[in-house]
Design a protein. Structure first.
Lengths: 721, 149
């Protein structure tokens, strides 16, 4: 057995890693001899992550409705512990279902499983051990968000997913075997074609190393017609170590053969439109700007809608002056050629972590009596930007308004940012005095004192500050929504029949933006996020390094340790507090669900989502204080049926008559009234979906967290109902 | 001396009742983390282990980041209330830190839990949390002191 270091060295120099797939071979689905054709929600299926190419998260099922939601019981569940080398506690998948079989990813190795849709019986498992490529170097690990499906409509059915090591893999839906005719025996190496630098400039252009290069994906590829659309994603966390990081790509592949159809450079190359928006040719040596949320598609128009994230270094843009297209933009590309039809940049010169976090919603609406093919973009900033998806023109006026300017050396913020006139913001965009905790006057006063001592307040688009190295004011800018939203990766959805969008939002996502210089010798970056007077830390993402077989110390940490050994850093004392007596700095509601009438651009209703957390409800300091239902802070997604919006809580709580657990809630779409809540053993960690098969409707939701490892739970009505 | 059968039976019966009572007493002898279950010295060891292994993801102030949960305050307590110290120690020992699970021995994981309790305003006592899992399973995590007004 090779010593680990030698093994890594050996693998790094080899273009192709020997993969060791494991396959439990069963047979999926007891189908009749007739091909099933194309699946659809109308047929009762849930064939895509978000139901259909428009991203609606909608299925017209109504067997489960307001009159019986509380009668839901667990039909079956699939506990994922034995998949991967250790159990996963962050199960984020939304399964798909086609004609009686459920398909999804699960486990810390991102296995693919097929389950009987009625019983949850395991039909087959596909497991691929990618070695250190997945374990050590993949920026997006664990089981990810699910799989996609393709069929020729005539019996050839395939499951498609992106592995942690960033391979596009196709499996037969019947038995999970890799489809030999797709790519290289069932897989396309997506790292091929990923690069840093400038195409066509030898010495500057660099294909990333196939094992160690940084690029990956959690979200599902989008499959429409015979095209697979694949995004790209990088390390989580706000302490990148390279300005010249891997460049974000949006790509399309032939669904049958895996042939690359086109590549769109999210960071324009010289000569491409948008290149000049990066001043001083800085597009050449910047990266990230990936497409980490799934894309949506209008096959009639022939368009794919692409949500793009931040460029390198979420909070400091000194090394990329200018607007930095297409960072924080929505793109409309020709689905067959990848040619840019139109784009809209939601945040200019992005330094607030306001990534386009979720799939754009393609809704056909009626505005002032006229039909409009619209695209609505849910966001961390809680503006539902709405555009004509043919032309890219905003449906309601958007005004470029002056915003606060940065005083960080080397930074040059955009003088203005776009503010839509409609619909109104649907959760907090800034923290004002009125937003502070106010359960008691004493708590509010404490919050005000804390802020005065350490944190800079301001309106939306308040930029980061250099964090005071003595630990005093200002330690950071006090903002909200940047890191966690608003609406984050679970996204939103809409009812295409009523033209109403339903937006989950975190309303208490306080984001402290303070910048510190990096330790000497560590990197070419000037500033990363940090706290002045504290040793520099690299915040690793929750999945990074966590896959089965992850090695001991991450590469980044090795570099950091080397730099700190040369120039040690010490703490000046305890860092500034971020909460008030352990309670959140901002007042409730902590989490919300909002209904927006897209025809009118108006908010129909908004409710707090989730019961008041136990620590508030049972807090001795708040005894006697009347606190209305606060909702819960977290990022959760929904499924929309004919009349309900269904969404689970992000936290544990203890309600009368029930053991500690969490709740899956049904809301009336018209009024926001909660029509029911069913107990779950753990919080929702993946967005729910629904399907009907053999006359029965099911809702599947992924739960995990705390002491409870990943579990897919399927609910249905009791038999006989 | 020979015991009469009746006495022998009575003694046997008393012994059975006695051991059952002891068992019942053990099972209902769950302590709360608020009963002074760790020491300052243990929490300090835990702090060092935390800074070395945990702070990079969970933050130097246990504040979490994005999807990484905080380890002090309501979210943490909601995740772990009514679970036992053994549950939390095992979770840390088996799956944390995410990039090097198993790096923390059961003893170090226990020390980390002591540190987490201290950071959640739970007072120390005079005896350490034992490393024995069966004894850890008798210590319940409560977000507030039981019986507090």
């Amino acid at each position: 057995m090779l010593h680990r270091k030698a093994l890594i060295a050996r693998l790094s120099s080899v273009a192709a890693v020997a993969l060791t797939p494991f396959l439990f071979v069963g047979q999926a689905g007891a189908q009749s001899g007739q091909p099933y054709g194309q699946p659809s929600t109308a047929k009762g299926d849930w064939p895509m992550y978000f139901a259909d190419p428009s991203g609606s998260r909608y299925s017209p099922q109504d067997q489960i409705n307001a009159s019986n939601f509380n009668k839901l019981e667990v039909a079956w569940h699939f506990k994922t512990d034995s998949l991967g080398a250790k159990p996963e506690y962050k199960l984020e998948g939304t399964p798909i279902e086609v004609n009686g079989t459920v398909y999804t990813t699960a486990g810390s190795r991102r296995d693919v499983i097929a389950l009987d849709a009625r019983t949850g019986e395991l039909k087959w498992v596909y497991s691929m051990n990618e070695g250190v490529r997945a374990a050590a170097y993949a920026p997006r690990q664990l089981s990810g968000r699910g799989v996609s499906y393709w069929t020729d409509g005539n019996g050839d059915e395939r499951i498609i997913y992106v592995s942690p090591g960033y391979r596009l893999v196709q499996l037969s839906a019947k038995d999970g075997k890799p489809v030999d005719s797709f790519g290289d025996h069932g897989m396309v190496d997506l790292k091929v074609g990923a690069y840093t630098g400038v195409i066509g400039q030898p010495g500057v252009y660099k294909q990333i190393d196939l094992t160690t290069g940084e690029i990956g994906l959690h979200s599902t590829p989008t499959v429409v017609g015979n095209i697979v659309f694949v995004g790209s994603s990088f390390k989580e966390g706000s302490q990148p170590l390279e300005q010249n990081n891997t460049k974000g790509l949006t790509r399309a592949f032939d669904a049958r053969t895996g042939k690359l159809l086109w590549t769109f450079h999210n960071i324009p190359q010289k000569g491409e439109p948008g290149y000049e928006s990066w001043l001083n040719n800085s597009a050449d040596f910047n990266g990230n700007t990936g497409t980490w949320a799934s894309m949506t598609v209008d096959p009639e128009l022939g368009n794919v809608y692409v949500p793009v994230e931040d460029p390198t270094d979420d909070a400091y843009g000194g090394a990329r002056p200018g607007n930095d297209l297409y960072g924080d933009s929505i793109l409309c590309l020709d689905m067959n050629t990848g040619k840019l039809k139109w784009f809209y940049q939601i945040t200019h010169h992005p330094i607030w972590d306001y990534d386009m976090s979720s799939p754009p919603l393609l809704a056909d609406i009626v505005v002032d009596g006229k039909p409009v093919k619209a695209v609505a973009v849910p966001n961390k900033q809680a503006f539902l930007f709405m555009f004509d998806r043919v032309t890219g023109k905003p449906i309601w006026p958007v005004t470029e308004k002056p915003v606060p300017q940065s005083d960080v050396p080397g930074e040059k913020t955009s003088k203005t940012q776009p503010f839509p006139s409609k619909p109104p913001a649907y959760s907090r965009q800034a923290i004002t005095n009125d937003d502070l905790i106010d359960f008691t006057p004493e708590l509010k006063a404490k919050a005000q004192d804390l802020i005065k001592k350490y944190y800079k307040m301001g309106p939306m688009y308040l930029p980061a500050v250099v964090s005071n190295p003595t630990g005093g004011f200002p330690s950071a800018s006090l903002t909200i929504g940047g890191l966690s939203g608003g609406t984050n990766w679970p996204g939103a959805g809409f009812n295409p029949e009523t033209h109403v969008a339903f937006l989950p939002a975190l309303n208490a996502g306080v984001s402290l933006f303070g910048l510190v210089p990096l330790p000497e010798g560590l990197s070419d970056l000037k500033y990363d996020e940090g706290v002045g007077g504290q040793p520099f830390r690299i915040g690793a993402g929750p999945g990074f390094g966590s896959a089965s077989d992850a090695p001991k110390v991450s590469l980044d940490d090795q570099r950091l340790q080397a730099a700190l050994a040369a120039h040690p850093q010490t703490s000046i004392g305890p860092p500034p507090p971020r909460s008030v007596d352990g309670l959140p700095l901002v007042k409730p509601p902590y989490g919300t669900l909002t209904a927006i009438n897209m025809d009118q651009g108006s908010i129909m209703w908004q409710v707090a989502h989730g019961d008041t957390p136990d620590e508030i409800k049972n807090n001795p300091a708040l005894k006697g204080v009347n606190i209305p239902k606060t909702g819960q802070a977290g990022n959760v997604g929904e499924v929309i049926t004919k009349n309900l919006v269904v969404m689970g809580d992000p936290l544990y709580s203890t309600q009368p008559g029930h053991p500690r657990g969490s709740y899956l809630r049904g809301y009336d779409q018209k009024t926001g009234e909660q029509v029911g809540a069913v107990w779950m053993p753990a919080p929702q960690s993946g967005s729910p979906m629904t399907y009907s098969f053999a006359g029965k409707q099911y809702i599947i939701v992924a739960v995990s967290g705390g002491n409870y490892s990943g579990d897919y739970i399927a609910f249905s009505l009791p038999s006989g109902n | 001396m020979t015991l009469r059968p009746f006495v022998i039976a009575a003694i046997a019966l008393a012994a059975t009742i006695g051991s059952s009572a002891m068992l019942w007493a053990q099972q209902s002898a769950m302590r709360s983390v608020w009963d002074g279950v760790y020491t300052d010295a243990q929490a300090n060891r835990g702090k060092a282990a935390f800074e070395q292994n945990c702070a990079k993801c969970h933050g130097g102030q246990l504040q979490g980041m994005d999807e990484i949960p905080p380890l002090s305050g309501g979210h943490f307590m909601a995740d772990w209330e009514t679970q036992s110290v053994a549950d939390l120690v095992q979770r840390i020992h088996n799956t944390m830190p995410m990039d090097n699970p198993g790096a923390l021995s059961t003893a170090s994981s226990t020390d980390v839990v002591a540190y987490l309790l201290s950071q959640n305003h739970i007072p120390a006592g005079t005896a350490e949390i034992p490393v024995d899992a069966s004894m850890q399973s008798q210590i319940r995590i409560d977000p507030n002191k039981p019986g507090a007004p």
